[in-house]
Ligand binder design. Sequence first.
Ligand code: PLP
Length: 284
Amino acid sequence: MSRIAYVNGRYLPHAEAGVHIEDRGYQFADGVYEVCGVRDGKLMDETLHLERLQRSLRELRIGMPVPLPALRHILRETIRQNRISNGMVYFQVTRGVAPRDHPFPKDARPSLVVTAKRLNEGRIAAAVASGVEVITVPDRRWARRDIKSIALLPNILAKQAAREAGAYEAWLVDADGFVTEGSSTNAWIVDREGRLVTRPAGPDILNGITRRVLLEAARREGIEVVERPFTPEEAKSAREAFISASSAIIIPVIRIDGQPVGNAVPGSTTLRLREAYSRVGELS
Ligand code: PLP
């Protein structure tokens, strides 16, 4: 079955789907996106993802491409047409098509592209079972990482460095020597006292939807949470470490820059949180 994409009002086979060459997303990465998990045919944490999309758009003064109820419908229709029960829906909004010029165009209409794909469940299950390795690299991104911008070059370079080092993810380290987050995940440790530690939300990181749900899940589980920065050195001597994102929820980290974390096996708090995540449901 060929995959179907939604592009500015039309559902098209991927091979025929495309945007104008002067779309500002293509020319300038002038746009934002969201990735929402689909489990048993349902969108996970949909409201939180839509709220974050609207916030990203507001921060960049890009309009909504369609009213919110229409967007909710398009997401469902894309999932339905692609027959996804477990997977992800990707949606991207750009400032639209206009002759290439840096200032905002006067009357461009925002562009909307939606795609959906199945989850590689085998790969995720294997990563959860064995745990993964991360490397640390300098964080070379801009100062507004709270906006889910489609401009991802530093993230791509970091992820590629990880792959070339045989690692799953790269943790980005700021100028003060603290981990901000992963190239496409939030970063967490369980410290020597059993407290869950992750960097506070703010302009330095993307406030992951999974991150937010996990913080709530941890509190409900009675796990103490501290939102503060940590260094790679602290992470290497922590009890546990893991990464979070909508695609795989939680993946245990067992090695950082080649050094084992704890006994180099997925930690018990990590696995407990993974379980707890599904019980929290949608926050709103
Ligand atoms: N941090 C970055 C830089 C990301 O790109 C992502 C997801 O794409 C995340 C964190 C995790 O966010 P979420 O849990 O909303 O998927």
